[in-house]
Design a protein around this ligand. Structure first.
Ligand code: ATP
Ligand code: MG
Length: 245
């Protein structure tokens, strides 16, 4: 039974629902009519294929899938504390200990995705990091994910511009860039947002934003601890080779 809406994305709506067994679940309904190109169809297939294989405490669990005449439906574990984005906004910024806990959990989920599953997420941002009943991070939204072994390349660039790594913008390697370090850059932006309550790179126009990202220069967070600042420097290295991998 569908209850209220939890979120609306580019290709889907997510509803809170009650399962026939009584449990609360989230149902992500992907509108078949919105999947007009072979690429969009491929992406929806990839998201379902990957979610079926994923099993990690910091990744949202897929219970099952079904189709109706007009939609593909993913029955997901419900994350009752919602998006990390709203959690940060409600508190302006997070203290070091909380930010560190969320960061380590997101990192753990990403390492599983990268090293054990050989995929890249490609859309890491606080809107796609959900909080479960125990306030643990659950990585969600694998709609842009690609198969990617360690050291592997993906492309073309996708995701939200504010979270894009410099190598996605300079296109030194044509349309392709290394998948895993770009996810770590995006997680570095999330860490900054948690510690400072703002994004490190912002501008009114996209050209200005891209220049700021490529320069790699951001305002040092004022309230973060020395170790928080040092971790940010590590995650936000402009060269993907110098980032964690
Ligand atoms: P977008 O294109 O905007 O990234 P999308 O269509 O890929 O969105 P999701 O990001 O998977 O869809 O979900 C949209 C929103 O719905 C999430 O940001 C979140 O607020 C909510 N949501 C998704 N899954 C769950 C869940 N399992 N539990 C609680 N809320 C959820
Ligand atoms: Mg999303």
């Amino acid at each position: 039974t569908l209850r209220r809406s939890l979120g609306v994305g580019a290709f889907s709506t997510v509803h809170l629902a009650t399962h026939t067994c009584g449990a609360l679940v989230a149902i992500k309904r992907i509108d078949k009519a919105a999947l007009t190109t072979p690429d969009e169809l491929h992406r929806a297939g990839c998201e379902i294929r990957l979610l079926k294989k994923l099993c990690h405490p910091n990744i949202v669990r897929l219970h099952h899938t079904f189709a109706t005449n007009d939609s593909l439906c993913l029955v997901l574990e419900y994350a009752p504390h919602g998006e990390l984005f709203d959690y940060i906004v409600a508190r302006v910024r997070l203290d070091d200990a909380t930010a560190c806990r969320f960061f380590k959990q997101a990192l753990s989920g990403l390492r599983h995705l990268h090293e054990e599953m050989h995929w890249a997420h490609r859309d890491i941002k606080p809107e796609n990091l959900l909080l479960d009943k125990d306030l643990n991070i659950r990585i969600a939204d694998f709609g842009l994910s690609s198969p990617c072994a360690p050291g592997g390349m993906v492309g073309p660039a996708c995701g939200s511009p504010c979270y894009a790594a410099p190598e996605m913008l300079t296109r030194a390697g044509g349309d392709a860039y290394e998948g895993h370090p770009a996810d770590f850059w995006a997680l570095g932006i999330v860490l900054y947002a948690m510690l400072e309550g703002q994004l490190p790179f912002e501008d009114n126009g996209s050209a200005g934003l891209y220049n700021r990202i490529i320069s790699g220069r951001y305002r040092t967070p004022t309230r973060a601890s020395a170790s928080g600042k040092s971790m940010l420097r590590f995650m936000l290295k402009t060269s993907p080779r110098e980032r964690p991998r």
